[in-house]
Design a protein around this ligand. Structure first.
Ligand SMILES: Cc1cc2nc3c(=O)[nH]c(=O)nc-3n(C[C@H](O)[C@H](O)[C@H](O)COP(=O)(O)OP(=O)(O)OC[C@H]3O[C@@H](n4cnc5c(N)ncnc54)[C@H](O)[C@@H]3O)c2cc1C
Length: 567
């Protein structure tokens, strides 16, 4: 066993939350060790698929069935998983987990520098007051220990640094923030918006709020970031640094302080704990390549490995004091797993606008924020849902829609086809104790880590909501004048919306929650958990912006405590 030097803070994971923790803590002058289990993916140098056209990609960017079956049984279901991006996803064959056969759970992961910040779809919406109050109001889950006013300044900070483009709308369910200029809607979207808002007063269609630079600030340019060029191949990595990733934004900011040490291939397995001081002392790591065992020590530990790995590590951190996992006096660690409910989708053809075309490949769409259970109560279900969607003009590959042979066919293929509009719902999932993860001590992975069992399913509220979402999609498409409407009314299995949350929730009461109002473990004062596992409810907005804000807020509190000597 090798013992390593002492740090002020150890951050586990370099994805969205870990990058933010590293930036904020190093900027406060702390010496930070950032541990990442995956390989190094360097900004610019390692984006080798960037700009490669489909005809130069193996299999025209598709992945052979045999390879999918052998290595990617789960990842293959992610829309962004392609030949050009597969190196940013894990091989399922090397990273096993279990779930009951009748309760599928799709765990989509990226283990490398930046985690899934390289891969994400970058949609960013604040949670509103209604979300932080929801548990208390209807009694599902425990009360959030914070309210919107507590996090609002940290949303400002996260948006300003990350660079979020969007429009000011004055909607309390998705509060406005510090935005760069919004991207534009297409003519078709403008028209759909008008028709939707006329037919359904109370519903709004807005341009997506997205972590892309449209007017970089001086600070962003100092970090080498430029405005988005609308190439829409973000998941391969972007040398312009135009979308927010750890590589483009938080890691360079942390590095320039001179306070960051980053180690790759460091699979954290346990948080070490000293009973006498009641403090975490550091972490135990297995090197993913050499299998070497190491321990690192630090004055505090920030868990940012993403929801399920963080909880896996915490459950695996057993001691006499914590036989069921560190900071688990409440017995809630591993419980109340949530994802968003999605997959219900629909679309149709929009007539006209044949003299219009979209410019570039806008990496963004439109958003219809939540409208249910805000002013009026919908008796069919609790909470609410939003929609992401967009319009496009069909290209040459419109299959059977184009008839003819020879010259006529070729001429027709050169013309853009009709316009379409499609949308998909994102519904809030309630926190249920029975939705949980636990360790199977009998099965370990190749690094000797007990694997996770995931036991998660949607409840009656989600099923009622899924039906309402599908009905509303049809109603809205009809109102927009869409024809040839197609509809998929069925929710995808949990996990597939890639918004796993909960399992180490925040709360007022140490008897019913793991973390306090600044993401500090109730039971172990120098342990902080700031990724999605901290979420007390899921709301229906894409959650990563909230992880950024919560992480920045927690890092500030932790740095204060360290300075005051109260940690
Ligand atoms: C295709 C796709 C689209 C998405 N779209 C959106 C969107 O539009 N909006 C949105 O809000 N969210 C979106 N998400 C989700 C978003 O990516 C995640 O919410 C976010 O990345 C979570 O941040 P994180 O830091 O908690 O985890 P991650 O970004 O996953 O990072 C976790 C890091 O921890 C490392 N790690 C894990 N275990 C260990 C260990 N034992 N030891 C050391 N390191 C470890 C991992 O390798 C990884 O680098 C999307 C995700 C995907 C894949």
């Amino acid at each position: 066993m090798t013992k390593q030097a002492d740090f002020d803070a150890i951050v586990v994971g370099s994805g969205i939350s870990g990058g933010w923790a590293a930036k904020e803590l190093t900027e406060r002058g702390l010496k930070v060790l950032l541990l990442e289990r995956g390989k190094a993916v360097r900004h610019r140098q390692d984006y080798d698929m960037e700009g490669v056209p489909p005809w130069d990609l193996p299999n025209r960017n598709e992945i052979p069935e045999a390879e999918l079956d052998k290595h990617y049984k789960v990842q293959r279901d992610c829309y962004a998983f392609k030949e050009a991006t597969k190196k940013h996803f894990v091989k399922d064959s090397e990273n096993p987990y279990e779930h009951p056969e009748d309760k599928p759970f799709k765990w989509i992961r990226g283990y490398q520098t930046g985690g899934r910040s390289l891969l994400w779809n970058r949609q960013c919406y604040r949670l509103g007051e209604i979300d932080f109050a929801a548990n208390k109001l209807d009694g599902h889950g425990v009360d959030w220990p914070i309210r919107y006013a507590d996090i609002a300044p940290w949303y400002d900070r996260a948006e300003e640094f990350a660079g979020i483009s969007g429009s000011m709308e004055g909607l309390p369910q998705v509060p406005d923030g510090v935005f760069q200029p919004p991207m534009e809607m297409t003519y078709v979207e403008e028209d759909c918006k008008k028709k939707l808002e006329t037919s359904f007063p109370g519903r709004k269609m807005i341009i997506g709020r997205t972590a892309h630079l449209t007017k970089p600030t001086e600070e962003q340019m100092k970090l080498g970031r430029l405005a988005c060029k609308s190439r829409n191949e973000c998941e391969r990595g972007c040398s312009f640094g135009a979308y927010f990733s750890s590589q483009s934004a938080t890691l360079p900011a942390a590095e320039r302080t001179g306070n960051l040490t980053m180690v790759h291939n460091a699979v954290v397995q346990r948080i070490n704990f000293d009973e006498a001081s009641n403090r975490a002392t550091g972490v135990y790591v297995v090197d993913a390549v050499t299998n070497e065992r190491r321990e690192y020590t630090g004055k505090m530990v920030f868990m940012c490995a993403s929801t399920l790995p963080t909880t896996q590590i915490m459950l695996n951190s057993k001691s006499e004091r914590f036989p069921n996992g560190i900071a688990n006096d409440s017995g809630t660690l591993g419980h109340y797993l949530m994802d968003h409910m999605g997959g219900m989708s629909g679309g149709g053809r929009i007539a006209g606008f044949l003299d219009k075309y979209q410019i570039g490949r806008r990496p963004n769409g439109v958003y219809i924020p939540r409208y249910s259970n805000i002013d009026d109560k919908d008796d069919r279900f609790l909470r609410g849902f939003g929609f992401q969607g967009g319009s496009w003009r069909q290209g040459w590959n419109r299959g059977g829609d184009i008839r003819g042979v020879g010259e006529d066919l070729k001429a027709e293929l050169r013309q853009p086809g009709p316009w379409g509009f499609a949308m998909g719902g994102f519904g809030e999932m309630l926190p249920y104790k029975s939705n949980r993860v636990w360790l199977d001590d009998k099965i370990v992975d190749q690094w000797h880590m007990p694997i996770l069992h995931v036991d998660c399913e949607f409840g009656d509220n989600e099923k009622a909501m899924a039906k309402a979402i599908a009905d509303d999609i049809r109603g809205m498409l009809e109102a927009m004048g869409a024809t040839d409407i197609w509809l998929n009314p069925d929710p995808a299995p949990p996990g597939l919306m890639i918004h796993e949350m909960g399992t180490a929730r925040m709360g007022h009461d140490p008897a019913t929650s793991v973390l306090n109002s600044v993401n500090q473990a109730h039971d172990v004062p120098n342990l902080f958990v700031t990724d999605g596992s901290c979420m007390t409810s899921s709301a229906c907005q894409n959650p990563s912006l909230t992880y950024m804000a919560l992480t920045a807020r927690a890092a500030d509190a932790a740095a204060d405590m360290l300075a005051e000597g109260t940690l």
